[in-house]
Design a protein around this ligand. Sequence first.
Ligand code: IVH
Length: 677
Amino acid sequence: MKKAQSAALRVEVLRSELDYHNRQYYVFDAPVIPDVEYDRLLRELQTLESQHPDLITPESPTQRVGDNPLDGFDEVAHKLPMLSLDNAFDEEELADFDRRIRERLKLSAEAQIRYQAEPKLDGLALNLRYEKGRLVQGATRGDGTRGENVTSNVRTIKAIPLKLSGEGWPDVLEVRGEVFMPRKGFEALNQRARDAGEKTFVNPRNAAAGSLRQLDPRLTAKRPLSFFAYGLGEISSGQIAESQSACMSRLKDWGLPVSPLFKVVADIAACVRYYQSISQQRDKLPYDIDGVVFKVDQLELQQKLGAVSRAPRWAIAYKFPAQEVLTHVESIEFQVGRTGAVTPVARLKPVFVGGVTVSNATLYNMEEVARKDVRQGDTVIVRRAGDVIPEVVSVVNPERDDRPEAVSLPEHCPICGSDIDKPEGEAVARCSGGLYCPAQRKEALKHFASRKAMDIEGLGDKLVEQLVEQQLVNSPADIFTLSLEQLSGLERMAEKSAQNLLDALEKSKQTTLPRFLYALGIREVGEATAQSLASQFGTLDAIQEADEEQLQLTADVGPIVAKHILAFFRQDHNRDVIAALLDRGLQWPEVERLSEDQLPLLGKIIVITGTLSRPRDEIKSELEALGAKITGSVSKKTDYVIAGEAAGSKRSKAEKLDIPILDETGLQDLLKSSVEH
Ligand code: IVH
């Protein structure tokens, strides 16, 4: 008996701790303990409850795993209708809303209305009914008058309290708010679906709706749903506060999560500023929103204003430009980029999306085209969010009749006719035309002239395009033979600017080896790699003659980059261009080659394995700074293996090959002696 009593007590303590931590997490966004600790408490409670099943209550935090599947959802009549919102799409419509309110309330034109401002979440509306502080029902909005009883599913959403905390709540309290799926959870859910070869959800809202209307609550329990409260339904005591914002505070006190972005603003001008501020945060928020909502803050005024048809006169949604819209695919074409990447692009019937008119959307690569099965003539959802390039999300009517065949990758470059290569296992197809391909030529020249490369002032993108289109320049070397006459003959080019450009060209001839290397536009050779190559080899000749192994001794250069460098210098026409450039007078000061003096570990190949007392990256950079090359696998060429705790197969291999193995102390000695050296 004593044991059962103490179990009952412990169960109570655990529940109140778990409820507290749940509130800290969902309501205050300020967790005090790590997830594992929460899980430990939950497990302890689960164990106790399984030993004492009589102690289980419906509100226990363990009771969120999901009940048995249902055959269908029962209908629920809403005690008070669940209204929707009128929309405003620009400042004028917003100002009209404010003006209408003042007129209706017979206030002067100067009177200011205080608003409660909040994000408009992109999920679905939910009505939660609490009786005596316990969650008794969750219902969807349905047609506003009748919705579906989704209580079993709602109980699995951790952000929704099964019982209210604090005090002072009325016997009957209906809370309204939005169920949504945070973006991270949505991405993870879709990734799992893809891995399992299942259908993915188009966006977080559909995923949230699909999850809430799932007949098996155990599945809903696995979906990352969340909830913010934004309003009230039936309340037995009539009213819980005088203003919208005070109501929200009370809900928060009772353990219901409300958006941290809720704000009371003084007038309609402040509403506009709020809208702008939220627009800017939109892409960084962890969940989708599609606008902001303004509500007259004083409930007394809300009551006077009332509702027309199904929307209140006291609230409005100021919508962001849609990020997803429908349009038609007019054709699918292939674009060739600077590095020769051949990308399928959907040419679209122009649409306004994400605030701009879009007529092209990337399809990334052929695998994506196949996965989404996009074809000419399809109706598609196009998405443009923030600064992200527009993309085709999915096809709306894949079952339509007489759909054309799926596009296939062309064999030849649409620009220069060279062969297109698509190495096995790589997603990207490439034109092999290199500097010959006009598509790549323009881009290669823009890159060549750019600030971090040859830094040719005045040779901007537009000018490069003109020069290539008029065939005055075909390769980087041609830039240096342009005459004043040729240049001043160009559109929008006065003699003065032509002369300036010639001076800039002359000046750019005095460059540095790293800049020159970077300017060549070798795949995956960025500034840092160009710098490392220059320091490692000292001269351009040495780099051109290096083999794969020697190249890989350079910091930053792994097998793939080494292959790109080799492939570049293997092309005669590339070597011709380099020779021509040198012929035109490009030069650079000799590079001080890193010597063994400066780099005591130069050329040493080191493998790090096992658990060490410091992060591996830290050790790696220290060794690299001394000239060592860190690789991932042990071979005959490895000079040292640094082995920490629990080092496995790499250590055994090193033993077999007789390669010196250093432990943590050995590593310290190596670093120390190298520095002293
Ligand atoms: S208030 C009486 N506030 O938008 C006003 N709705 O278009 C009722 N929504 O069905 C709604 N965030 O699902 C309100 N902060 C917010 C909202 C919000 C999202 C949804 C809600 C509603 C729809 C109306």
